[in-house]
Ligand binder design. Sequence first.
Ligand SMILES: [Zn+2]
Length: 231
Amino acid sequence: MDKTGSHPQDDAQGEALRAPRYTDAPERIRGLPVDHRGFPVPFFAAWIDGKPDHRVVDRARLGPAVLKDLCWICGEPLAGDRAYVMGPTSAFNRVTTEPASHWDCGCFAASACPFLTRPRMRRSHKGLEAAEVTPPGGMAEHNPGVCVVWATPAFRPTLHRDGKTRLYEIGDPTRVAWFREGRPATRAEVIEALDEVIDTYRPRVAAAGPAAAEQLARYTDRVLALAPAPP
Ligand SMILES: [Zn+2]
C-alpha cells in the first residue's frame, strides 16, 4: 500500500507548520513547511504517516514538476537559470536523475541538506524497504561529499536502461558552484572527488579500446575545466 499522503502545504493545516529557521534562505525556501528539526521540507519529499521523509521522493510530485516546469526543491515555477544539484559522477557523465531547481534553491540545498553536507553520514533505509528511495544528488548509495549546482538551459529527458528511471542529459553549464560539507569546495577537494569518479571508469575503458579511452580523456578534460580556479 502506498502510504504517501497529501502534503500539508496543500491545505490550511500546513500553515501552522510554516516557520522560518534559515533566515538567510531564499524567500521561496522560507515558504516551505519545516520538519521537527526545523529543516525546510523540499517539494519532492514524501509525507509518510503525516511526517515528511527527505529520503523518499513523492512520485506524485514528479509529473507536475516536469509538466508544469516546477522547481524540484521549492515547487514554484522555474524562472531564470535551470539548476541541477548533482554528485561528481553526474558532473562527469552529464546525466542526472532529478528535475531542475532554481539556482538559489539548489545552492541552498547544497549548503543545508544533511545528506549533502555530511559526507560520513550514512543514509538510513530503515522502514523504507518498500519505498522508492531517490536521495538528493542521485541514485548513488554512498554520500559523495562533494556536490555541484549546475546551471544549464540545455537538458533532454531520457530513460535509464532499466526502462523505468527518468534521467536528464544536461548540456554545457552557464555556471557551476561546488560544495562540500555545506561550504564552497576547494579546487583540491573537487579534483580529488572527480579523480575518484574517473578511476571507476578506467577498467571498463581499458577493456573497451582506444575510442573509449579517447572519450574518457575528453570527458576528463571538460569536467576538470569546471573545477574551481586555483587560489
Ligand atoms: Zn526553487
